[in-house]
Design a binder for this molecule. Structure first.
Ligand SMILES: *[C@@H]1O[C@H](CO)[C@@H](O)[C@H](O)[C@H]1NC(C)=O
Ligand SMILES: *[C@@H]1O[C@H](CO)[C@@H](O)[C@H](O)[C@H]1NC(C)=O
Ligand SMILES: *[C@@H]1O[C@H](CO)[C@@H](O)[C@H](O)[C@H]1NC(C)=O
Ligand SMILES: *[C@@H]1O[C@H](CO)[C@@H](O)[C@H](O)[C@H]1NC(C)=O
Ligand SMILES: *[C@@H]1O[C@H](CO)[C@@H](O)[C@H](O)[C@H]1NC(C)=O
Ligand SMILES: *[C@@H]1O[C@H](CO)[C@@H](O)[C@H](O)[C@H]1NC(C)=O
Ligand SMILES: *[C@@H]1O[C@H](CO)[C@@H](O)[C@H](O)[C@H]1NC(C)=O
Ligand SMILES: *[C@@H]1O[C@H](CO)[C@@H](O)[C@H](O)[C@H]1NC(C)=O
Length: 427
């Protein structure tokens, strides 16, 4: 891609070291143990529903940026599901089951500055995606959103597992009444990785990261998918050896004198550039691709392993907190790459959309499990300030998703055989 709005960091990584380091390892740990079995239940399906197609969004909704706003307390707000709903709430995010005493965190509604964000309507969502497939590609925070979506749909329909593998990281479900397919693709870095020492993976082991090669876990699937939501973030903070064109170009926390410690931002930028360039070149992908932006963690008073936690019980107000520091830099890095790709995508018929959740979520230090998640095998005294309680503010991501899908209007996925076939070079 020619358009490159940000300067690459120099090879002197020291100038660009992210300010915070070890605390970010929490996610890999959690994620590794999160290779969960997602048990979804066979459901009963009512007969055909007599509900018309989704109406296109009104003119004023199209103009409103739903991602800019604030959290408003609504004592009457009911959650879309509870810990008793027939859907999977991972124990690690099942805060109510594990005794979280406060409940106000479930009662804040997102209020965009210039419009309303409608409540999620499961039937409406399922009508919008009727006959389509939707995939979540990414890490365990992406899975968090996917599980929230399934629970939010549970009042209307249950999915049936139609996976063709036993690998629980790659699942495929169908909602028969709606002919809607939901797909989970595990790809926490979105580009190709290889454990340097497979079978002996620890949070400090060095992983090889191929910054210019998209992960074929998703490239092999995507041409058959209609809507794809990409997200990746916290895994980038672990130790890596970085490769481009098959050669080592640098590393991150590798402690080898002859190898430059490049920054996490460098890798994040290169990885996203690769992802978008790959998408632009996949001419048979005629669907809609979302980038769900960086999900901020909220450890305070230390790291996950030395007393850090997230004990707040109410959101920050707008004036108290905004994206800054390394979180802002991660966010801008991916968004800059996204914008460059979106411009290119307009010429090539690729529809890229931003699920711009970061601003809203930076204000939700109260939305994480902290100690009220219960990983089966983990030392449960480790707090989790990375993932999001279910129910909780993560449900808002799916309110955003529905709103964005509605904004596409009817027939938003062209079943055209191919897009513009002018190939872009990978840098
Ligand atoms: C759900 O949460 C409530 C507390 O809000 C708790 O009393 C109950 O046992 C939980 N139910 C399940 C099935 O975990
Ligand atoms: C379900 O949707 C697919 C497209 O995703 C379509 O090819 C198929 O014909 C649909 N099946 C039914 C029963 O409508
Ligand atoms: C999945 O597991 C089941 C039972 O453990 C086994 O019978 C089946 O062959 C496995 N399928 C695949 C595709 O590995
Ligand atoms: C894993 O690493 C430890 C220490 O680094 C080593 O003692 C052990 O042999 C390794 N195991 C495997 C399977 O590589
Ligand atoms: C760096 O030095 C180590 C030995 O200290 C060597 O094994 C490795 O191949 C060197 N790496 C590069 C990229 O030169
Ligand atoms: C794209 O789809 C067309 C028609 O189905 C097929 O002939 C072609 O091989 C596909 N291209 C790639 C790169 O898979
Ligand atoms: C196809 O994409 C190329 C490169 O982005 C662009 O220059 C060209 O105008 C596009 N062609 C069509 C027909 O849109
Ligand atoms: C769990 O962590 C706490 C504090 O970090 C530690 O004191 C305890 O020994 C750990 N327990 C296990 C079973 O590892």
């Amino acid at each position: 891609m020619k358009a490159n709005p940000i300067q690459l960091p120099t090879t002197n990584g020291n100038l660009h070291k992210p300010p915070i380091t070890t605390k970010h390892f929490i996610l890999p740990i959690i994620t590794l143990t999160l290779l969960i079995t997602i048990h979804l239940y066979l459901g009963n399906f009512s007969g055909l529903r007599l509900i018309g197609p989704a109406t296109p969004a009104a003119e004023e909704d199209i103009k409103c940026n739903v991602f800019q706003g604030s959290w408003v307390f609504d004592d009457k707000k009911e959650t879309y599901y509870t810990n008793d709903t027939k859907c999977v709430i991972d124990d690690r995010q099942n805060c109510m089951k594990y005794g979280r005493p406060d409940t106000d965190f479930m009662k804040w509604r997102w209020k965009p500055n210039d419009c309303e964000l409608p409540e999620f309507d499961a039937v409406e969502f399922l009508e919008v995606v009727r006959g389509k497939s939707l995939a979540f590609v990414g890490d365990s925070v992406g899975r968090n959103q996917m599980q929230s979506l399934v629970c939010m749909l549970a009042s209307e329909a249950y999915p049936i597992d139609v996976s063709y593998t036993n690998d629980t990281r790659f699942r495929r479900w169908t909602f028969p009444t709606y002919n809607f397919t939901l797909v989970a693709i595990w790809s926490p870095l979105l580009v190709r990785t290889r454990d340097s020492n497979p079978g002996n993976f620890t949070r400090n082991s060095i992983m090889n990261l191929y910054l210019d090669e998209a992960d074929d876990a998703w490239t092999s699937q995507i041409e058959n998918l209609d809507i794809v939501i990409f997200s990746a973030g916290q895994w980038f903070f672990r130790p890596f050896m970085y490769y481009e064109k098959g050669e080592i170009v640098g590393c991150h926390f590798c402690n080898q004198e002859n190898i430059t410690d490049l920054t996490v931002y460098y890798a994040y930028q290169m990885a996203y550039r690769t992802i978008f360039t790959t998408l632009l070149n996949l001419h048979n992908f005629t669907g809609l691709a979302f980038l769900r932006t960086f999900s901020p963690q909220h450890f305070e008073n230390g790291d996950y392993n030395n007393g850090g936690n997230c004990v707040r019980t109410r959101p920050f107000m707008k004036q108290e907190m905004r994206l800054d520091g390394y979180k802002l830099q991660m966010y801008s890095t991916q968004v800059n790459e996204f914008k460059a790709a979106q411009k290119e995508g307009e010429k090539k018929g690729l529809k890229l959309r931003l699920l711009d959740t970061s601003d809203a979520m930076i204000m939700r230090p109260d939305g994480h499990p902290n100690h009220y998640g219960h990983p089966a095998s983990d030392n449960k005294s480790f707090p989790d300030c990375v993932h999001w309680c279910m129910p909780g503010p993560v449900d808002t991501w799916n309110e955003f998703l529905l709103e964005m899908l509605k904004m596409e209007g009817e027939g938003f996925i062209e079943r055209a055989p191919q897009r513009n076939t002018t190939k872009l070079n990978l840098r």
